[in-house]
Ligand binder design. Sequence first.
Ligand code: MN
Length: 145
Amino acid sequence: MLTPSLEDYLEEIYRLSLSAESIRVTDISNKLKVSLPSVSKALIKLNDKDYINYEPYGNIRLTLKGNAFGKFLVERNQLLQEFLSLICSKCDISVEAEAMEHYLSKATIDAIQGLVRFFKDNPDLYQQFRFYSESRSAEAEDRSP
Ligand code: MN
């Protein structure tokens, strides 16, 4: 098990691994807006837990285990963003997905995936939900002073 913070590091390393040939500490630091020493500390922990291979001032490489879990983390984040926009939440979607991702069980993630797929497979039902949701927020606006 990784802490939410280490999950975010691994998630970002996986994202960077998709687009860059080599991943640098400064890339992670810029993306997550954290200091270089904090990144180094996190990388040492991820190395010790066998998610990456990392030597200070050397290359950062995902292990097979790190690659598989990183992929899961990125997909989980995408799913939650999709879910929040699907339910017409007026929240800041990327910020909220970033926070909630760490606290949901696998069972809940699976259930959310089921709901997202259900609406994708049944666009007419989704249309009904959209309509219902929009009339609810219109009512709420009417009630507000
Ligand atoms: Mn997060």
